[in-house]
Design a protein around this ligand. Structure first.
Ligand code: AMP
Length: 213
């Protein structure tokens, strides 16, 4: 038998939506992932295991071939680039928008703008396309705090309901990209293990299609 395939899942909010979709595809962890501190789980599909890691690490595992497949938000793929990855499937889960946002009523003063975000590459590209010089400040969380404390004028962040923005006196401004979670596959693994990987992709694709029907 060939070596087991590994599917890397993004933990947190995306995982909560991924597990029911995988269950619909007939792929279920053999133990309750939320009741365990383990990071690796066997599944109901022999030869397919899950690892559960941070979203920002999923492309790294898959790009290096440490995982063959992964589930990750498009926001992270846009930020990190998709070198070495195929993106065969939009899973249509964890939908949200990547947006610029600012304090309610904020008006641009000049051609310079300070932007706080964890999506520094996305933010640079977005403001460059508009011909604006953005000073992009990398943060790892609580982006809404930055304008309040005068660290930045604007933020680039994920917006779902907009409640987080509103609770902090901010409003969404421009949509940069519409986001959902994607299935990614290591390009070399796709060639070397085409049959088994395609089977997993097909199972998940069928579950996505059944939901859309
Ligand atoms: P909301 O208050 O509903 O606009 O949610 C905004 C916050 O929830 C953002 O700052 C994100 O950190 C998080 N969030 C919402 N949707 C997603 C998603 N699909 N993937 C990752 N994080 C999300």
């Amino acid at each position: 038998m060939s070596r087991p395939l590994t599917l890397a899942l993004t933990k947190g909010r995306i995982l909560k939506e991924t597990l029911p979709l995988l269950a619909q595809a007939g792929i279920e962890p053999l133990e309750d992932v939320s009741a365990s501190r383990k990071l690796v789980f066997e599944t109901t599909v022999p030869g397919l295991q899950l690892v559960i890691i941070r979203g920002t690490d999923v492309p790294t595992y898959v790009r290096h071939g440490a995982a063959d497949l992964g589930v990750v938000g498009k926001d992270i793929l846009l930020e990190q680039g998709a070198d070495g990855l195929y993106e065969p499937l939009d899973l249509n889960i964890a939908r949200c928008r990547l947006m610029t946002a600012g304090p309610v009523g904020w008006q641009r003063g000049g051609a310079r703008v300070r932007v706080a975000t964890k999506f520094v590459n996305v933010a640079r590209r977005h403001f460059a396309r508009q011909g604006l010089h953005a000073e992009v400040i990398k943060l790892y969380g609580a982006m809404e705090l930055a304008p309040m404390m005068d660290l930045a004028d604007l933020i680039v962040d994920i917006v779902d309901t907009g409640n987080t923005l509103r609770a902090n006196g901010m409003e969404p401004l421009e949509e940069i990209a519409s986001i959902s979670s994607r299935l990614v596959v290591n390009k070399a693994a796709m060639r070397a293990q085409h049959g088994p990987i395609q089977k997993v992709v097909d199972r998940i694709a069928a579950a996505v299609a059944a939901r859309a029907a």
